[in-house]
Design a protein around this ligand. Structure first.
Ligand SMILES: Nc1ncnc2c1ncn2[C@@H]1O[C@H](COP(=O)(O)OP(=O)(O)O)[C@@H](O)[C@H]1O
Ligand SMILES: [Mg+2]
Length: 458
């Protein structure tokens, strides 16, 4: 299919040639073989073109080849079609300038710049109140489950091992107790949770089987108590233990949680911030869907971006499960997603064998795979998943090979693979495309800015 302006295309009728990928979705650039405009994004290909059975995109390629630029383009297009992009944890940041340009919400998280209160039921709590009745109760129960999961995940991060089942029960009882005491306008925080453990109200004591003995109660809750105090005392406590600085606004055209100010070395805080942002953001999605189901808001679709996937995967086991749940449920949630990483080996680097298997599933379930320049050694695994012809392997490896030695002298020449990718859908032949960036996009997203900015030394 070709796309052109009405001024030009009317002169071509009747069409003498055609075929290729459908022009449905974000316009990306030219097909490297035919010159045809290639369009595509996971949501349009899932909902309109019906090319894929799952609205998810997996992008891989060497650093600096244009992966984030491709996803930024899809984000811009999808926002224009009414889909709400959510960047729940922008590490670099690659997307905040685009989101701000779209009039979206940029929420910075990090020491001294902003925090998320993980015990705040947020939009889910508010929506539960608005909806009321049975559906409202259901949403409230879901919000409780979400809060419990994120609290347990942070404790797991601090401890380095999972929370026991009986501790989970104690946590759940504490959270129920808190939810009853705190009105929606002043949600509880982590210090309130510690106070509840200290005081030990009847309903919390009951689940510890204390049998009226203070000593037995303390023995049961002390490890949890200690972990919570440890959490509160460290950097995590400052970021996640006080009221949320800025809530995600359900009506914003786009939202990005900017966690780029957290240092690269601070893996624990990065993982916690990503977990909290995902929990909060997906809570918002659940709230929006519940409101739409109740006829109180218009139905919306969302596009979640997970860039630099290897960082959260490596830092926290909990996130693998969360992403896993999304890749399975996204169709029912009205949520498309893009996952970006360097190589499939990143998925192998997670801690446990169970997590590794789940992480592999991300690619296997992805409807659409975009492959930027990669060395040949990285392509064997991918071949097993999407099937690559010899010609395709040659193409992808040629993009990853450097320009000739002489190329370095001419700074105006981009590396050979910049912006070139092969889009694969199932076993179909891949579509090779060169992403063409506009001046505006270049301004909004230039990760090489620091290299270019350096002037002559005095
Ligand atoms: N198709 C393209 N044409 C021109 N420049 C591009 C293109 N794609 C990316 N760039 C530039 O290359 C740099 C790296 O791109 P980026 O998307 O951040 O790479 P990655 O996410 O793969 O590390 C950015 O400065 C970007 O502006
Ligand atoms: Mg990138």
């Amino acid at each position: 299919m070709w796309r052109g302006t009405t001024v030009q295309v009317c002169g071509l009728w009747p069409f003498a040639a055609g075929s290729g990928s459908p022009s449905c979705g974000a316009p990306l650039g030219q097909n490297l073989l035919t010159g045809v405009t290639v369009c595509g994004d996971p949501i349009s290909w899932f909902t309109r073109a019906r090319l894929i059975t799952n609205p998810s995109l997996f992008v891989k390629g060497r650093p600096g080849t244009g992966k984030s630029t491709l996803v930024n383009r899809m984000l811009l297009y999808l926002a224009a079609t009414g889909v709400t992009p959510l960047v729940l944890g922008d590490l670099k940041p690659d997307y905040t300038a685009t989101v701000a340009h779209l009039g979206g919400q940029v929420i910075p998280i990090g020491r001294g710049v902003g925090g998320i209160n993980i015990l705040d039921p947020g939009e889910m709590g508010a929506a539960a109140g608005t909806i009321g009745g049975k559906a409202g109760e259901q949403l409230r129960a879901e919000a409780h489950g979400r809060t419990l999961a994120i609290a347990a995940a942070l404790i797991t991060l601090v401890r380095g091992r999972p929370v026991d089942d009986h501790e989970q029960t104690v946590l759940a009882a504490c959270l129920h107790h808190l939810a009853e005491r705190h009105p929606a306008s002043s949600p509880p925080t982590l210090p309130d949770l510690v106070t509840v453990l200290e005081e030990g109200p009847e309903r919390v004591r009951a689940v510890t089987l204390d049998r009226g003995s203070e000593r037995r109660y303390r023995v049961a809750v002390d490890p949890l108590h200690r972990s919570l105090l440890g959490l509160l005392d460290g950097p995590l406590g400052r970021v996640f233990g006080s009221p949320t600085t800025t809530r995600i606004n359900l009506d914003a055209p786009a939202a990005a949680v900017d966690i780029s100010r957290i240092g690269e070395a601070d893996a624990q805080l990065t993982a916690a911030a990503m977990l909290a942002a995902w929990s909060d953001g997906l809570g918002c999605v659940a709230a929006a869907h519940a409101l739409a189901d109740a006829g109180l808001a218009r139905p919306r679709w969302y596009f979640a971006v997970l860039d630099e996937l290897w960082r959260p995967l490596r830092a926290a086991g909990g996130l693998v499960d969360r992403i896993d749940a999304i890749t399975r449920l996204n169709r029912t949630w009205g949520l498309g997603q893009a996952m970006i990483t360097h190589t499939l080996k990143d998925l192998e680097a997670v801690n446990s064998a169970a997590d590794r298997a789940k992480a592999r599933g991300f690619v296997e379930r992805a409807g659409m795979v975009a492959c930027f320049g990669l060395p040949r050694s990285e392509l064997g695994d991918l071949d097993q998943i999407v099937g690559l012809s010899r010609r395709e392997v040659e193409l992808i490896t040629s993009w990853s090979s450097p320009a000739g030695w002489g190329g370095g002298a001419d700074a105006s020449q981009p590396p050979p693979g910049l912006g070139k990718c092969l889009i694969k859908v199932g076993g179909r032949p891949g579509v090779p495309v060169r992403v063409q960036v506009t001046e505006t996009e270049r301004r909004l997203h230039d990760t090489n800015a620091r290299w270019a900015a350096r002037g002559e030394l005095p």
